[in-house]
Design a protein around this ligand. Structure first.
Ligand code: NAP
Length: 525
């Protein structure tokens, strides 16, 4: 790589957007190298996302996108592969007049990560492509390979001298080398640390972008805007006014073709350790003093550090795990988890988790946060709902046989992105009949155009050098520290009965009992 040159530090994306910039533009020309460029993630998400960025004029000029894999594929074959994936999975159809320009930025290199000189052909090809396109050598390395190859890939990058020495790689140094790491990072705290340690031998933390695609969703980004750009919510977001918070991530699909991964993971690792704890930290964090990436991430980390550990027998009281058995999906019979292809008939992998979490800080002391996630639930829906306290049992709420519905702020993350506020209102007429009505905001109806996909936003942020929406090492490890005692307890209870729920139902009766024991109920979705 060329010698590092200092460039002025760029303002963070949030700073630029809040200063009124209409759309983030990552101006610096870059080469994006996708290890696993012909894999499923690249096909369904990354290449369609890059195409949409190019269509919007958001890719820096002369950008090169280089897929890497063991398959022998020509550039033309790779372009056809990208076109097919884009046609099938892009949020917008292919514009035949714009496609050729995008296609000409795609290249494929046949190289193997697990061979000693594996990246030799890649280096030679990158030099040619960058020379021909007048690219300065800024590189983004995307690890869309199986997690077992994260460390070997980074070691190969170092061996092939693709990455500047760590002390020269300051945030302002050019050309830059950045690394995108997919999930899952480890399967427990120790393995996550091992991966992080190995990556840290080659890349500084500011060069590492750990993807949690949930954080790229418009509605998740809007949590901060909703909370800190409006004066009506933030004063209420504390133990004085909030009764409890629910976070639901429901999937209607079963395990599908992912049994190999899921059997080792389960719902706690797959959903709670990353996406759900990230959502929890965004809804519960204190206002950051600036929108700088690390200031925002410091505040989120504080939440994770304030989670009350759930340890030993407490796990049995606060956490429910379950597995789906045969049932129905939209009236169609579907098999149980243990009958799915690739799943052991004796599998004890949980496909559902519900947890009651306490946050031991001044803001949230005594307020329960209920998290639930599962596969084969009645519908696909992700939502955070903030349930405010009841009004006093006088005036309109005096009839204890028919208490008023408390106000609920619900943030729909997917589908039908938006948020709603439940409010009690008088039904028109001579009598005082009170009915819960909803003030409801739908992104689609208000802003029309389809929102960018999470991967579009996240790729753009990496190009812009903005890490706000990426997970920092300390947060990943704090999240693992929280889930480890739960995994330990389950591991020690090999013979304990595993609750079940029928596919197409809202989880096991044990999860209802968990929340009902506190006098509350799961919010119907
Ligand atoms: N798919 C998703 O929706 C999704 C969602 C979240 C996270 N992820 C994560 O993203 C990563 C990729 O997932 P995926 O679903 O795309 O997997 P995949 O379809 O199996 O693709 C993996 C890619 O890695 C390449 N590869 C494997 N071994 C290699 C080696 N030794 N040298 C060079 N390339 C090698 C494979 O290509 P060749 O066989 O041609 O070498 C293949 O293109 C994983 O870490 C996964 O956990 C995926």
């Amino acid at each position: 790589m060329a010698d590092a040159v200092e460039a002025p530090p760029a303002p963070s994306l949030f700073e630029r957007l809040s200063a009124g910039e209409a759309a983030p533009i990552a101006a610096e020309p870059v080469t994006i190298v996708i290890f696993g460029g012909a894999g499923d993630l690249a096909h369904r998400k990354l290449l369609p996302a890059l195409y949409n960025l190019s269509l919007d004029g958001l890719l820096p000029p002369r950008t090169a996108i280089v897929g890497v894999g063991r398959k022998a594929m020509s550039d033309d074959e790779y372009r056809a592969f990208a076109k097919e994936g884009t046609a099938q999975f892009s949020r917008r159809p292919i514009d035949e007049s714009a496609w050729p320009a995008f296609a000409s930025s795609l290249f494929f290199v046949n190289a193997s990560i697990d061979q000693a000189q594996g990246l030799g052909p890649l280096g030679a090809r990158l030099d040619i492509v960058e020379h021909e396109r007048g690219l300065p050598g800024n590189r983004i390395y995307y690890m869309a390979v199986p997690p077992s190859l994260f460390v070997p890939t980074v070691q190969q990058l170092q061996r092939a001298r693709f990455v500047p020495p760590r002390d020269a790689a300051t945030p302002a140094a050019r050309p830059f080398a950045r690394l995108i790491v997919e999930k899952p990072i480890g399967h427990d705290l120790d393995s996550a640390r091992e991966i992080d340690d190995s990556i840290a031998e080659v890349f500084n933390e500011h060069q590492i972008y750990r993807i949690d695609h949930y954080l790229g969703k418009e509605t998740v980004q809007n949590i901060l805007v909703l909370r800190f750009a409006n004066s009506i919510f933030e004063p209420l977001f504390n133990q004085k006014y909030v009764d409890h918070v629910q976070i639901t991530v429901a999937e209607s699909e079963g395990v599908g073709t992912r049994a190999g991964y899921y059997e080792q993971a389960g719902a706690l690792r797959d959903m709670v350790q990353n996406h759900m704890l990230q959502l929890l930290s965004m809804i519960a964090m204190d206002p950051p003093h600036s929108l700088d990436a690390d200031v925002v991430r410091d505040e989120k980390l504080e939440v994770l550090r304030s989670l009350r550990p759930i340890v030993g027998e407490e796990v049995d009281r606060r956490v429910v795990r379950a597995q789906y058995v045969a049932g129905f999906d939209m009236g169609k019979p579907v098999p149980g988890y243990r009958e799915e292809p690739g799943v052991s008939p004796q599998s004890r992998t949980e496909t559902y988790v519900a947890i009651q979490i306490s946050i031991d800080n001044w803001r949230w002391a005594g307020i329960p946060f209920f998290l639930r996630t599962g596969k084969r639930l009645p519908k696909r829906a992700s939502e955070i709902s903030v349930h405010l306290k009841e009004v006093p049992p006088i005036l309109f709420n005096a009839d204890r046989a028919r208490p008023l519905d408390p106000n609920v702020l619900s943030i729909r993350i997917q589908p039908d992105e938006g948020f709603a506020l439940g409010i009690s209102s008088k039904v028109p007429g001579p009598r005082v009949n009170i009915y819960p009505v909803k003030m409801d905001f739908h992104y689609g109806a208000t802003f029309g155009a389809s929102s960018p996909e999470a991967y579009e936003r996240l790729l753009l942020d990496v190009m812009a050098g903005d890490a706000t929406l990426f997970m920092r090492r300390d947060a990943v490890e704090a999240a693992w520290r929280f889930v480890m005692p739960i995994l330990d307890r389950w591991r020690a209870q090999k013979d304990a009965p595993l609750p079940t729920y029928r596919a197409g139902e809202w989880g096991p009766a044990e999860a209802d009992r968990l929340i009902e024991a506190t006098g509350r109920q799961w919010r119907p979705l």
